[in-house]
Design a protein around this ligand. Structure first.
Ligand code: GMT
Length: 377
């Protein structure tokens, strides 16, 4: 099958999932065309089955806002015709589902019928899409997709609760190739970060308000009062500066490393002892799954789809949002008992295997078949 994948090319979870899906589909023999404004960060290698087509938006002084959707839908029309694409798979409803629908309609005028699958990722529903300025367009695009998937049951429930949805939504969870997360660190590499007796706690995100970065710092502050520890903060975003300030105020700046965005999260995770994700909303929590695949237990909130990934008392512990008291107690409990830590490390890896790429990608292929049959009928 020739599949066009539309996604955000950045470090965010939706772009990562879309890219990994494209790579896995290419390995299954499909021809994949990524269509977005920059080569996706996780896409290292383009080859005969993996292509990238850049969407450019010409700058014109009249435009206060550059019309990306227009450029994207035009590019989709051109690429579908040029490469004889069979299916559009758009990740993140805004504005991709809307642009995809416009492309589909333009192609229909020329007698080309193409199915569109929309995957909902989280903030496109729970934060941004739900805003009254976007809601009618998001509802319309979901209802007019030929198939819709959400990355967790929780996100499906939120979508049905927040929007007037007439379409079916299939839950297709995010996935991971656990073999890729088996990288071993050398003691020398770990030594760059922490001394042998220091525990390493990690957080990875886009440093937005929804991630409760202040809670990450507070939890770490309480951990480091009980044992030698370092915190690695991976990512970039608006809450980074306030977080650095909070660390200075708490006098823990020397124990917290802000390392920015990274292409090597697996390397950072594999020498981590604990992952902290206290998010206010989280439709799935792909980073928690990445941590678990590296054998890193997770202390998280119980928001959204996190309980579908992080299993209470098995791969880590979950608490109500902002309950930093309980999150810190659980973190200290795991870290100070080597037997418990080792048990959680092993079971985190086991749970991660439930989300193996090879089990999840066929679910997308089934959705594609159904979407194709739907437009044929
Ligand atoms: O907020 C993020 O983490 C980025 C965002 C995105 O769309 O890139 O992530 C969302 O999609 C991920 C992949 O499906 C999910 O794992 C994240 O939980 C989800 N983020 C939120 O719901 C806040």
């Amino acid at each position: 099958m020739k599949i066009a994948i539309v996604c955000y090319p950045t470090f965010g979870g939706s772009g990562v999932v879309a890219t990994e899906l494209g790579i896995a589909l290419a390995e299954h023999g499909h021809e994949i065309h990524f269509i977005t404004y920059k080569q996706p960060v996780r896409l290292q290698l383009l080859h005969c089955n993996v292509h990238f087509h850049e969407v450019t938006v010409p700058n014109y002084p009249l435009f206060h806002y550059q019309p990306y959707e227009l450029a994207l839908s035009s590019k989709l029309v051109d690429m579908v015709k040029l490469h004889k694409i069979d299916l559009l798979h758009v990740h993140y409803a805004i504005p991709h589902a809307y642009a995809g629908y416009m492309a589909k309609k333009m192609l229909e005028e020329e007698g080309i019928i193409i199915p569109m699958v929309t995957t909902l990722h989280g903030t496109d529903i729970t934060l941004v899409g739900n805003h009254p300025f976007y809601k009618p367009a998001v509802t319309f695009s979901i209802n007019n997709s030929d198939a819709v998937t959400s990355v967790s049951q929780s996100l499906k429930d939120d979508t049905l609760r927040l929007f007037d949805i007439k379409n079916e939504i299939d839950v297709v969870p995010n996935f991971i190739d656990t073999a890729k997360y088996n990288s071993k660190y050398s003691d020398r590499e770990r030594d760059f970060i922490a001394t042998k007796d220091e525990k390493i706690i990690t957080h990875i995100s886009n440093f937005r308000k929804v991630k409760r970065i202040d809670n990450v710092i507070e939890i770490f502050d309480r951990i480091q009062k009980e044992m030698p520890a370092k915190l690695i903060m991976v990512g970039e975003g608006p809450e980074k500066k306030p977080a650095e300030k909070l660390c200075r105020e708490k006098g823990i700046s020397d124990k917290v490393l802000f390392v920015g965005n990274s292409h090597e999260v697996d390397k950072i995770l594999c020498f981590s002892d604990l992952f902290v994700l206290p998010s206010e909303h989280e439709s799935f929590g792909l980073v928690a799954l990445e941590a678990m695949a590296c054998g890193v237990p997770v202390i998280s909130s119980n928001a959204g789809g996190l309980p579908e990934v992080n299993i209470q008392g098995v791969s880590g512990f979950l608490s109500d949002v902002v309950d930093v008291d309980e999150m810190s107690e659980n973190a200290i409990k795991i870290l100070e008992c080597p037997v418990m830590l080792s048990k959680f490390k092993t079971s985190s890896k086991e749970i991660a295997k439930n989300f193996e790429t090879k089990n999840i990608v066929p679910l997308y292929e089934e959705v594609y078949e159904r979407a194709i049959n739907r437009v044929k009928s």
